[in-house]
Design a protein around this ligand. Structure first.
Ligand code: FAD
Length: 493
């Protein structure tokens, strides 16, 4: 028979499930834990200990359907029932989709995992195209419990903020500790054999993170990666100016009839683009439109068209100077985005697109430079000081930036984080550092070439083991000599 306490807790679980902001998710989860008297110090960290208590105390049909999903994923043999990395402590920098999804893997492996995030809001309306395996992955983790619209019909996209909300909730129930308004600054080496690796954070005197000792550090902090010691290379293509914009979706009948454009490029549909140019003088290379919580558009615009329409004020050869804030007329940029949206949706002349707000409260329209994309030269490093090793790994945009209109950002991001979790597992098993590094760097060589077409197609069998996902996962395509420089130990003379 359910008790009063169970009823109250189930109601609090419902509030947690429905919470829609970073802050309210964290608060409602604290309330839920308090209501079932969870004391982290008593139940311990890692080994999925918090999750086990939650599953025993929360028994509504909704919570049970979530536990069934998570238990199924958690039964994969690599996790050893949540004991595979039981003695491991992980620190993840950045609560973007990739950092949060990796935190879930660390918790499933049984590690204690802390995520620090410098912001306290999830505000990106922009929409991610999801490769099919990501839909399977999220569905198998119970995403639908938190977002009923997920994976209904043909929908294969989700806003960045909604994805963060879902992943944050799953990470929390699995016992991941998440601290907002905390910025990672740098690692602190152990200066004696009694000490372990820690880090400097801002604020410095944070009660938990400032004393947290860990042996795995993950850079999941987006394109401006802040982990020291990783080199990045630039891939420079021809000038590519991306524009993203979000308009409020009022869900009117007319809006319901707008047809999504999952990606149309000039070379494949020249008529669309020449009509657009004739009617509006807008010259685009491609355009994507997704109907989500907002109407979201991403397009690549020709420079001359932006100059002609007064969006860019003066021409400069350097892309950064060209797109500098003082060289862009934001009113004209809004007009440009509206006109392109009106043409692409074939809306009636009475229909007026109204911008959604970005996190500054301004019209949500942005111009990005895709001319140069960065990728890390290596994905991993191991440093050893005074007998203590730290494994440092990059994931997501910190590792490999990609061109958004193809959806490869999150597609490759998830692949890379599974590979990363595999390295954490090997490190936890005390494999020799050089062996861990050879495997990680060998698998990293496959990442940028991966597409939905050339990876394995049984997505239900995907796990953190690269062999379940890549067609030819050679874990020794690098030699020890090639990666030796990534192992920096004070015990090697
Ligand atoms: P991110 O999502 O960038 O997350 C990194 C997180 O780290 C952020 O929350 C950041 O606040 C935090 N952080 C950074 N430094 C620190 C620090 N020192 N300490 C603590 N926390 C830190 N992709 C698309 O496919 N389509 C789009 O339209 C699109 N729009 C985007 C718009 C913006 C403004 C940005 C930044 C990215 C956009 N992307 C888009 C890219 C997409 O968001 C990423 O590919 C995807 O989110 C995976 O990124 P990630 O988790 O690696 O990094």
């Amino acid at each position: 028979m359910p008790t009063d306490i169970t009823n109250t807790s189930d109601e609090l679980f419902e509030i947690f499930v429905n919470a829609q902001t970073f802050k309210t998710i964290l608060h409602s989860f604290d309330d839920l834990c308090q209501s079932i008297r969870i004391d982290r110090k008593i139940i311990g960290y890692g080994k999925r200990s918090l999750y086990k208590v939650l599953t025993s105390k929360l028994t509504s049909w909704k919570s049970k359907s979530l536990w069934t999903k998570i238990d199924k994923r958690g039964s994969q043999k690599e996790y050893e029932n949540g004991n595979a990395c039981a003695d491991m402590k992980v620190c993840i920098v950045g609560a973007g989709p990739v950092g949060l999804r990796l935190a879930i893997e660390c918790a499933l492996l049984g590690a204690r995992c802390i995520v620090v995030e410098k912001r306290d809001r999830f505000s990106r309306h922009n929409v991610l195209h999801l490769w099919p395996y990501i839909i399977t992955d999220l569905r198998n983790l119970g995403a639908k419990v938190f977002y009923g619209k997920f994976a209904t019909g043909q929908i294969e996209h989700i806003s960045i903020r909604q994805l963060q909300c879902i992943l944050l909730k799953i990470a929390l129930v699995l016992g991941v500790e998440i601290y907002s308004n905390v910025t990672f600054i740098d690692v602190i080496e152990p200066i004696s054999t009694q000490q372990a690796w820690r880090a400097h954070f801002k604020p410095e005197a944070h009660p938990i993170v400032s004393t947290y000792e860990f042996s795995v550090l993950i850079g999941a902090d987006g394109r401006r990666n802040s982990l020291q010691g990783f080199q990045h290379k630039e891939f420079r293509g021809k000038l590519a100016i991306g524009i993203t914009c979000n308009f409020i979706n009022h869900h009117t009948r007319e809006e319901q009839n707008f047809e999504e454009i999952s990606g149309v490029a000039k070379i494949y549909n020249p008529q669309f683009f020449s009509e657009l140019q004739q009617q509006t003088s807008i010259d685009l290379e491609n355009i994507v439109y997704y109907k989500n919580d907002t109407h979201y558009f991403v397009m690549t615009a020709k420079k001359q068209s932006l100059l002609d329409k007064g969006v860019i004020l003066q021409d400069y050869p350097d892309a950064a100077r060209l797109l500098a804030r003082d060289n862009v007329n934001s009113t004209q940029l809004c007009k440009f985005a509206c006109e392109a949206a009106q043409f692409a949706t074939k809306c009636s002349t009475q229909f007026a697109f109204e911008f959604a707000e970005d996190h500054h409260g301004a019209a949500d329209v942005q111009m990005f430079d895709f001319t140069s994309l960065f990728h890390a030269v290596n994905a991993s490093r191991i440093i050893e000081r005074n007998g203590k090793q730290i494994l440092m790994l990059l994931v997501g945009d910190s590792l490999l930036e990609s061109f958004w209109p193809t959806g490869s950002g999150i597609g490759l991001g998830f692949f890379g984080l599974f590979d990363t979790a595999w390295s954490i597992l090997k490190f936890a098993k005390h494999e020799h550092p050089l062996k861990v590094l050879v495997e990680r760097e060998s698998i990293y060589m496959l990442l940028s070439q991966s597409t939905p077409e050339n990876t394995k197609n049984n997505h239900q069998l995907y796990s953190i083991n690269p062999a379940t996902r890549y067609q030819n996962s050679n874990s020794k395509s690098c030699t020890i000599d090639e990666i030796r420089y990534l192992y920096d130990s004070d015990s090697i003379p």
